[in-house]
Write a protein that binds this ligand. Structure first.
Ligand code: G3P
Ligand code: CA
Length: 237
């Protein structure tokens, strides 16, 4: 059964990576949420996609140049045309998740030099609060996924792939424990089916078009990241 992940929350309807977008995912019946995490200058884990705060808040600058005190009063909602939304801390999202049954895919973002600290900080926040069976951690930087696995065995890890499959497949063969989160345009139907036949969990991002979503359901992919959170409407045939 294909699982539905709300990409940055239901980011088609609410400002991405905010509690409003995550809560809507639960309301809509998504199986899980996907979110991006980064470290502030004082090593707080915040939920945001870009390295800079310019696009999604009313502030300016990079996340790494800011402390949590600098960021906590910023507005991460109005840019989207809505009302004020705070930037969430990962610990706040995890606390909310501990009261429901959603899965969470945490994508490690930010400068590579922050990855060791980010891995430790994410583990410290998530491990005591959520069962590992509800957690998937992913990164486009595959050596980071390997380091993460060495440090924290239990949760599922996923290699994010937005270009050729050759390198990630080497990692998959070495570790035999990683899943693949792959950009739809990067992979053919045949390749996906072959990978799943080999026992690899394949989730696909970021798909919003209804026909493309239906095609993925028919292929029985393991998971879909969509800004809608779930299949948006019933398709007419
Ligand atoms: O999890 C897949 C997707 O979130 C990766 O791309 O740029 O939306 O973080 P991006
Ligand atoms: Ca992401």
């Amino acid at each position: 059964m294909t699982q539905w992940f709300a990409h940055r929350g239901v980011s088609i309807a609410k400002p991405e990576n905010t509690m409003a977008a995550f809560k809507l995912a639960e309301e809509k019946g998504a199986d899980g949420i996907e979110l991006d995490v980064q470290l502030t200058r004082d090593n707080k884990v915040i939920v945001m996609h870009d390295l800079s705060i310019n696009r999604t808040t009313n502030g300016r600058g990079t996340i790494r140049s800011k402390t949590w005190d600098d960021l906590k009063k910023l507005d991460a909602g109005s840019w989207f045309g809505g009302t004020y939304e705070p930037i969430p801390l990962l610990e706040d999202v995890v606390s909310w998740l501990s009261g429901n049954t959603l899965l969470v895919n945490i994508e490690l973002k930010g400068p590579l030099k922050t990855m060791p600290d980010l891995i430790r900080a994410v583990k410290n926040i998530v491990e005591p609060a959520l069962p590992a069976s509800r957690v998937i951690i992913s990164s486009f930087h595959h050596p980071t996924v390997v380091s993460l696995h060495e440090e924290w065995k239990e949760p599922e890890k996923a290699l994010l792939v937005s270009s050729g499959l050759y390198k990630p497949l080497r990692y998959l063969q070495q570790a035999e424990v990683f899943s693949l989160h792959v950009k739809r345009q990067t992979i053919s139907d045949k390749e996906m089916v072959e990978l799943m036949e080999q026992g690899i969990t394949v989730r696909v991002f970021t798909v919003n078009d209804e026909k493309a979503l239906q095609r993925l359901i028919n292929l029985q992919v393991d998971g879909i990241m969509t800004d809608h959170g779930i299949l948006p409407i019933t398709l007419s045939h």
